[in-house]
Design a protein around this ligand. Structure first.
Ligand code: TRP
Length: 377
């Protein structure tokens, strides 16, 4: 049964509640993909900490926010496995091994990281952990044996970096890891902010959160940016570049009605307030069931905790197996055995593994399969 389906891994940095942009960009696809793939949902708290070092409580709190947000939109814990990054120390071990497979210059050239560094205003004081987050992400992706990684365009260079690390590892130590692929098809168009900026983002203060109460949603909608060139409701208006219509396109199930509204708006004769009222209703219809499901989970906090713990435990076994394979491929003597590997060392915990002890002659036990694979190529 295991490995019958391709594996996908998606990750969220827990730095605050998820918003409509996360929904249309990622969550809606997750809900669909969980039926077709073996799905891991990684809550990347260690990655979030790389640029929130001084706000650990925000990260810790957001772990639960992000988990509830995913649950409330229907990412089903019986279909997908939720894992907490910091609960899997083997990911850190993989990261350390991978750090040798990438140069500092290459990390500094990563366009995604460069852009984030600029946006966060690190200047020359970049935390080394932040610069290296793509390496930790390579550990995430390969640790779970992910074949496909649903990400937005902006994360493609990070996936490319993973692929380079994997290729280098496979070349040096023998065919050990699968080369993952970015799955951009599973990511929708970017939703603009309520202020008309290209991206909805908590840090820009232009987001409508999935957990916002109805009054807040209404307020945010009524304050939205629309067509600034239009002075009166009778004037013809612009639909393109108008976030109110982008939201309707994304979330109003009645497409014919949206087209009618657009035509009316272009012609003139309908006011912004009327269109916004309509959007507020559409969002309310969309968010009400999400809110209801969220409340159900919020009422069962022990269950929420338990599902994350169980998923993390399951995920940890998978990552431990990968770490085992990587250590064997590199050919380290393997005195220290991964805690939870498949070979039954789980109960004994870490300790000396007699199978891979250096031999009496002082040589080491060769990592068989890996070496052979390297020779065959
Ligand atoms: N870097 C991703 C983001 O900023 C989050 C992430 C962490 C991730 N680990 C991952 C995404 C593994 C995909 C796979 O959104």
């Amino acid at each position: 049964m295991r490995r019958a389906r391709p594996v996908i891994l998606t990750g969220d940095r827990p730095t605050g509640p998820l918003h409509l942009g996360h929904y249309t960009g990622a969550l809606v696809h997750r809900v669909r993909l969980q039926h077709e793939y073996e799905t891991y949902i990684l809550i990347a708290d260690l990655q979030a900490l790389t640029d929130n070092t001084e706000r650990p409580e925000l990260v810790a709190q957001s772990v639960w926010e992000v988990l509830l947000d995913n649950l409330s939109v229907g990412v089903d814990p019986t279909l997908a496995t939720y894992v907490l990054q910091s609960g899997i120390p083997e990911l850190a071990e993989l990261t350390q091994l991978y750090l040798n497979l990438v140069t500092l210059a290459r990390l500094q050239r990563n366009p995604t990281v460069k852009e984030e560094m600029r946006a966060k205003g690190f200047g020359s004081d970049v935390p080394a952990g932040f610069l290296a987050y793509p390496v930790s992400q390579a550990a995430d992706i390969t640790g779970f044996g992910a074949n496909l990684v649903p990400v937005g365009e902006d994360q493609i260079p990070v996936i490319e970096q993973t692929r380079e690390i994997v290729r280098r590892l496979n070349r040096l130590y023998g065919e050990t890891l699968v080369i993952p692929e970015a799955m951009t098809s599973a990511v929708g168009a970017r939703l603009p902010g309520t202020d008309g900026q290209a991206k909805m983002s908590a840090s820009l203060g232009n987001a409508i959160n999935l957990s916002d109460p109805p009054e807040v949603v209404r307020q945010k909608v009524m304050g939205m940016y629309t067509d600034p060139t239009r002075l009166r409701a009778t004037d013809p208006g612009h639909v393109e570049g108008n976030p109110v219509f982008d939201y309707l396109d994304a979330l109003d199930p009645d497409k014919a009605r949206v087209e009618e509204l657009k035509a009316h708006y272009r012609r003139g004769g309908i006011g912004d307030v009327a269109v916004k009222r309509h959007l507020a209703e559409v969002l309310e219809a969309f968010l009400a069931p999400i809110r209801a499901r969220r409340r159900e989970w919020e009422n069962r906090p022990e269950e929420v905790r338990a599902l994350l713990a169980a998923g993390t435990k399951r995920g940890r076994r998978v990552v431990a197996r990968t770490l085992d394979r990587v250590i064997a491929a590199i050919g380290l003597p393997h005195l220290i055995a991964p805690t939870l590997s498949s070979r039954g060392r789980a109960k004994r915990g870490r300790g000396i593994n007699p199978d891979t002890m250096p031999s009496a002659e002082g040589g080491r036990t060769p990592p068989k399969e890996a070496r052979r694979a390297a020779h065959d190529r």
